[in-house]
Design a protein around this ligand. Structure first.
Ligand SMILES: NC(=O)c1ccc[n+]([C@@H]2O[C@H](COP(=O)([O-])OP(=O)(O)OC[C@H]3O[C@@H](n4cnc5c(N)ncnc54)[C@H](OP(=O)(O)O)[C@@H]3O)[C@@H](O)[C@H]2O)c1
Length: 245
């Protein structure tokens, strides 16, 4: 497939090098422009691109930038994408430590619903609920006892199927959480967020959350607030706490 990646941080670079290794044609872009990505592109067999180039003539576009920067992306180009293009959202909302409060997002409290409104196209939310460390180290072949699962949400079944394939190719079992309106189940503060769970446990926890966002919202937000406070003082302790929970 032809894959465009917007964002060349820990996540974007991992996607680029892995998907290139798997035989996909990859373009990667960031905010500074292709010159800043020339060396990485040469080392990984990818194309250093502008955001516009990373969005042009692609089967899949992965948006992997800080949530607060999503409104900077060129909405008219998203509007012009052919209907079949799969747009993946890996973003997370960290108001206290990176993104600041985004009032429109706070209305629904559902991170990817806001991203979807900003970009104006249907999204598949995936790869948000695993740390960069885990995505680079925990991929395992299908059937391996230690293989963990990743949550996937989206409104379009066919596009989710494409995302399932990419999740599997990176060494994880995909689990369909539901629609974008239900994607709060995989956002920061939820019981499956960055827990590196196997499929059966992931499924159990998603079912246990139920479907009532208004009933779950405060508890999930409170957990996220506590985690953000811990990240500021001790990131290693935060990561350790996820493994114990
Ligand atoms: N790191 C993790 O463990 C992890 C795990 C799951 C999900 N996520 C989420 O995934 C997203 C990316 O995470 P990350 O850790 O890879 O972030 P990161 O290391 O901070 O990198 C962010 C990237 O976004 C680019 N960017 C920012 N604004 C842009 C714009 N307007 N146009 C194009 N590129 C832009 C930056 O460009 P420059 O390089 O030019 O500054 C940078 O390459 C975030 O929303 C994060 O919360 C992160």
């Amino acid at each position: 497939m032809k894959i465009g990646i917007i964002g060349s941080g820990a996540m974007g670079r991992h996607f680029a090098s892995k998907f290139a290794d798997l035989g996909h044609t990859v373009s990667i872009a960031n905010s500074r422009g292709p010159a800043s990505l020339q060396q990485f592109a040469a080392e990984t067999g990818t194309e250093a691109a502008t955001v516009e180039e990373a969005m042009s003539d692609k089967d899949v576009i992965i948006v992997s930038i800080p949530q607060k920067n999503v409104p900077e992306l060129p909405k008219p180009l998203f509007a012009k994408l052919p209907k079949g293009v799969v747009v993946i959202d890996t973003c997370n909302y960290y108001p206290d430590i990176r993104d600041g409060v985004i009032p429109e997002l706070e209305q629904s409290g559902i991170d990817s619903l806001w991203v979807q409104e900003q970009l104006g196209v249907p999204l598949v939310k995936v790869f948000n609920s695993i740390t960069a460390e885990s995505i680079t180290t925990l991929g395992r072949p299908k059937g391996d006892n230690d293989r963990i699962a990743l949550a996937v949400s989206g409104d379009n079944a066919k596009k989710k199927e494409t995302a399932f394939g990419l999740v599997e190719a990176l060494g994880f079992d995909p689990f369909d959480v539901g629609t974008i309106a239900q994607s709060w189940k995989q956002q920061p503060g939820s019981s499956i967020y960055c827990r590196d769970l196997r499929l059966a446990e992931l499924k159990k926890r998603v079912v246990a959350m139920g479907d009532d966002w208004s009933a779950m919202r405060e508890a999930i937000r409170e957990e996220h607030r506590a985690n953000m406070a811990l990240i500021i003082v001790d990131y290693a302790a935060y990561l350790k706490s996820l493994k114990e929970d």
